[in-house]
Design a protein around this ligand. Structure first.
Ligand code: G4F
Length: 326
């Protein structure tokens, strides 16, 4: 009998990589999507297109306990990866209520439905390095205290605590993956890495003349999503549930990302990048750098794709997309 897995947020970057990984491992993959996604698969399910026939999609909303409960009752998963969230930090400042309500309630509903209908199911929560916010120390470990700087970060701290509490109070096999920024050619266009690689490719192809960005001084620890979903999987294969930092241990500025991306195309970014004050955040996270020693020791996990190759991979794929016939 195949193992049944339920993935919330299956339409996103991580959902797409994780479903492929679990299909390869012989799982029966179920995913929760919004009803609108099923009505508009061309635009909303593009990341899943090559595997659509191999997975089972269920319509439900993170805002409705009843809808999550129904799917959990129907699928009775043995593993559940809760990736769904309003995950764009910048937008969380504009609509803090919906970010906080959806992210916290969605996590709570999923945990509660599992407790009631699939209490043996192993649960993974997509926690985030945004929880460290105004960092207390560098590099950040599982023991570094949180100081979130955005409604998004606050919602993730609450999700993290809910996950821990369901583990301690209800004996659920529940893990927090404290994932640092992770990117890929399937990254959404609103995040800075994809905005840069897509922008650079469009400039190279003559489709754009400039790229407007906000704070170029922020530092991030950027890894590859394909590597990070393996860590999620490994967390749920352990004997005991626990929390893990998943990172590369390296930090780079947005400027360094620009250098590599534009250099790769033989361009000088200084000629094209324009500073746009409206893209600065009201409260910024200046530096993130993760220490993944615990994951290395316990999960035997380490990142495979380094910063330079990640940037190159993303630029190459974006160049193909903007100039498909060259
Ligand atoms: O790419 P970003 O939007 O990612 P951010 O805010 O670090 O969040 C991502 O990583 C988190 C893990 O730490 C996840 F939890 C979260 O869901 C998401 O995946 O911005 C990165 C940095 C920021 O400092 C931002 O101010 O890039 C800076 N930046 C400068 N110009 C910009 C821009 N960010 C965006 N999105 N767009 C700009 O034009």
């Amino acid at each position: 009998m195949k193992k049944r897995v339920l993935i919330t947020g299956i339409t996103g970057q991580d959902g797409a990589y994780l479903s492929r990984l679990l299909l390869d491992k012989g799982y029966e993959v179920h995913g929760i999507v919004r009803r609108v996604a099923l009505e508009d698969p061309e635009h909303r399910l593009w990341r899943l297109r090559p595997i659509l026939k191999k997975i089972n999609l269920h319509s439900a909303s993170l805002e409705s306990y009843a809808s999550i409960f129904d799917v959990v009752e129907k699928v009775k998963p043995q593993e559940c990866y809760h990736l769904a969230a309003q995950s764009f930090v910048s937008y969380s400042f504009e609509d803090e209520f919906s970010t906080i309500n959806t992210n916290i309630n969605g996590t709570h509903y999923t945990l509660s439905a599992l407790k009631n209908k699939a209490p043996k199911c192993k649960f993974y929560f997509a926690a985030s390095s945004e929880m460290f916010g105004k960092v207390k120390k560098t590099p950040q470990t599982e023991d570094t205290s949180f100081y979130p700087r955005s409604p998004y970060g606050i919602s993730k701290v609450a999700g993290y605590e809910l996950t821990r509490n369901y583990r301690e109070a209800y004996n659920l096999f529940a893990c927090n993956g404290i994932l640092f920024n992770h990117e890929s050619p399937m990254r959404g266009y609103e995040f800075v890495t994809r905005k840069i690689t897509n922008g650079a490719a469009r400039i190279k192809a003559g489709l754009a003349k400039e790229l407007r960005l906000g704070n170029l001084h922020a530092k991030r620890d950027w890894g590859f999503s394909g590597d990070y979903v393996e860590a999620m999987f490994l967390m749920l294969q352990q004997d005991k549930p626990d929390d893990y930092v998943i990172a590369t241990g390296e930090t780079h500025t947005i400027k360094e990302f620009l250098d590599l991306a534009f250099d790769h195309l033989g361009l000088d970014w200084h000629k094209y990048v324009k500073s746009d004050k409206s893209l600065f955040r009201p409260a910024e996270v200046n530096i993130l750098c993760g220490d993944y020693s615990k994951a290395k020791k316990k999960l035997k996990w380490k990142p495979k794709v380094n910063f330079k190759n990640l940037v190159k991979m993303m630029v190459d794929e974006d160049l193909k997309l903007v100039s498909p016939h060259s």
